[in-house]
Design a protein around this ligand. Structure first.
Ligand SMILES: N[C@@H](CCC(=O)N[C@@H](CS)C(=O)NCC(=O)O)C(=O)O
Length: 214
């Protein structure tokens, strides 16, 4: 019996932002969704009705009917379980479930602040801050890819989308190499059909809302 439910998904999306992770994941899942695309300049994400759904006033935000699912990691875990037939989430009893959850949290709890530290040049003791250091994060990620081709070995999962989306951003800002295990992993991710569909949508929406001239 299929465990793919009928759904009423809406993605609140702004081009050139972290909302690409949700777009890419929805394309990987093959889940039907409506795209509510807007430009940050409109302030849509700071309006009261939006803040009631995501008090952080950020994208991505996925609505599942009346249920808001903000925060990229939570959204990814939620959707991959909800659309379980797509095979992007190991079952709770699978022996890869712990590694899957570990990489999901690695993306938001370790990669995100490590990127910010690198970008803004913060001085911090690796033993004290939760994310260690940018270099440690990169080494741990490279080690995690030693078996490959994906984070869970042969099985592609929603964790690859969440970690991969961070890497896309990191490469854009010049802190992620194009070679070595991490760069090669990112090239494999970018070659996926769902990634390329999402990229085409992102480009189309980006043309609707071009970057404002200085
Ligand atoms: N913790 C959030 C971060 C999302 C985030 O930082 N989104 C940025 C765009 S990349 C945003 O919406 N910024 C608009 C603002 O804060 O005004 C998540 O993982 O979804």
């Amino acid at each position: 019996m299929s465990n793919t439910p009928t759904s009423d998904l809406t993605l609140y999306f702004a081009p050139r932002t972290r909302s690409f992770a949700a777009l890419w994941l929805l394309e990987e899942l093959g889940a039907p969704y409506q795209l509510e695309s807007f430009d940050f300049a409109t302030g849509r994400h700071k309006q009261a009705d939006y803040l009631a759904l995501n008090p952080m006033g950020k994208v991505p935000l996925v609505m599942d009917g009346e249920t808001p699912v903000p925060e990229t990691g939570a959204m990814a875990i939620y959707l991959a379980d909800r659309f379980g037939d797509a095979g992007l989430a190991p079952a709770p009893t699978a022996n890869t479930r712990a590694a899957y959850l570990r990489w999901m949290f690695f993306a938001s709890a370790i990669m995100e602040p490590a990127f910010a530290q690198k970008l803004f040049g913060w001085e911090a003791s690796a033993a004290t801050v939760a994310w260690g250091s940018f270099e440690q994060m990169m080494d741990v990620l490279a080690d995690g890819l030693a078996e490959g081709p994906w984070l869970l070995g042969d099985t592609f999962s929603a964790a690859d989308v969440v970690v991969g989306n961070n890497l896309v951003f990191g490469q854009m800002i010049g802190i992620i190499p194009t070679d070595g295990p991490v760069g090669e992993y990112l090239a494999r991710l970018k070659a996926r059909e769902a990634f390329q569909r999402a990229e085409a949508i992102e480009l189309r929406e980006g043309e609707r809302f071009p970057v404002a001239a200085e």
